[in-house]
Design a protein around this ligand. Structure first.
Ligand code: HEC
Ligand code: HEC
Length: 306
């Protein structure tokens, strides 16, 4: 939007140039009206004895083309925005146009999602069209973090195994998509002290049966009970309410190497899953949750066969 001064200047310039064009045409037409039979309009300039400069008016059809462009400009400026800040009679704006296209696209897909909304989870998972739509949504919104096969990576959970940091099932997955998930484990290295860190690390590794130093781990158990139990539980099985992972299985979000566990204790861990409430409609989020579970089921069946 122009401010008022510039708007007025723009209007004056546009109107002046249209009037200017019209005047110019009229003026040359005046010359053509002078036209009478034998009169040859001669500017009086002569070169090489016989080459004369003529001053004939523009042909009528050519003039009319100009008239048409002037009429077009006036009609256009009356209908559409263009004359300074004046909106034009039609009230057309880029935003309106965008909104209309968006609404049309929503209306076109609404039917599809309405069909899915009435379906049970089981039905959705077995419906090839629903799963194809889910795959597309997953590719557009989730694959950049969880991978196109949803197997995740360091810091990004695998969504097709049976380990669920925030709890399993449709509702948990839907909650994750809708509201996101914010994990927070503060750093513990300072509280544990220089001796305590390696002891707890060995104890954590012992929980899932990894190779470990038994003596250090025995010392670590007490410290674990003091600092870690509140979230990860007495047997290290985690707590889905807090997103505290199970430390007793062999599924690691960040890794089981000693350096990696130490790093987590020094820096803390703050996994962030963004919320999709504003980006994706409820129907889409539900379909995605079904797709994620469907993929897991498909993967479980495949693994069972191997
Ligand atoms: C910007 C990266 C990012 C995107 C995009 C993303 N996620 Fe996540 N997601 C994460 C992270 C990181 C976590 C783990 C948070 C934590 O540390 O607890 C997570 C956790 C989850 C969980 C919980 C897993 C569990 O074990 O409990 C689910 C389910 C999930 N995401 C599904 C999705 C779906 C479906 C989409 C697409 C709509 C998606 N995510 C998009 C990063 C992302
Ligand atoms: C306040 C609750 C809380 C406490 C107390 C806590 N943790 Fe955690 N821990 C978490 C959460 C939540 C995560 C997941 C972080 C993420 O997803 O980014 C986590 C992650 C971890 C991981 C990474 C697991 C993986 O799969 O990579 C390890 C290892 C770990 N904690 C060990 C410990 C140890 C050892 C202690 C005690 C010294 C401890 N935690 C105390 C909440 C806690």
């Amino acid at each position: 939007m122009l401010n008022t001064t510039w708007s007025v200047i723009a209007i004056v310039l546009i109107v002046a140039s249209i009037l200017g064009c019209w005047w110019l045409l009229h003026w040359t037409k005046g010359i053509s009206d002078r036209d009478d039979e034998d009169d040859i309009h001669d500017s009086g300039h002569v070169w090489d004895h016989d080459i004369r400069e003529l001053n004939n008016p523009l042909p009528r059809w050519w003039l009319n083309l100009f008239n048409i462009t002037i009429i077009f400009a006036i009609v256009y400026l009356a209908l559409y925005p263009g004359l300074g800040n004046l909106p034009g009679v039609l009230g057309w704006t880029q935003e309106n146009r965008y909104e209309e296209e968006l609404a049309a696209a929503e209306a076109a897909t609404a039917g599809v999602y309405a069909r899915y909304a009435d379906m049970e989870l089981e039905q959705l998972i077995r419906d090839p069209d629903a799963m194809a739509t889910g795959r597309r949504l997953f590719g557009q919104n989730c694959a950049m973090c969880h991978g196109s096969d949803a197997r995740g990576g360091t810091g990004f959970p695998n969504l097709v195994d049976e380990h669920w940091q925030w709890g399993e099932g449709y509702d948990a997955v839907l909650t994750a998509i809708t509201g996101g998930r914010q994990a927070a484990m503060p750093p513990w290295a300072q509280a544990l002290g220089e001796e305590g860190v390696p002891q707890v690390v060995e104890y954590v590794r012992s929980l899932s049966g990894l190779e470990h130093d038994a003596a250090l781990a025995a010392d670590g158990q007490g410290k674990y009970a003091m600092f870690c139990v509140a979230c990860h539980g007495p047997e290290g099985k985690g707590n889905p309410l807090l997103g505290a992972p199970n430390l007793a299985d062999n599924d690691w979000l960040y890794g089981s190497d000693r350096e990696v566990i130490v790093q987590g204790l020094q820096e803390g861990r703050y996994g962030q899953m963004p919320a999709f409430e504003d980006q994706l409609s409820e129907e889409r989020r539900k379909l995605l949750a079904a797709y994620v579970l469907g993929m897991g089921e498909a993967a479980a069946i495949l693994e069972g066969r191997q």
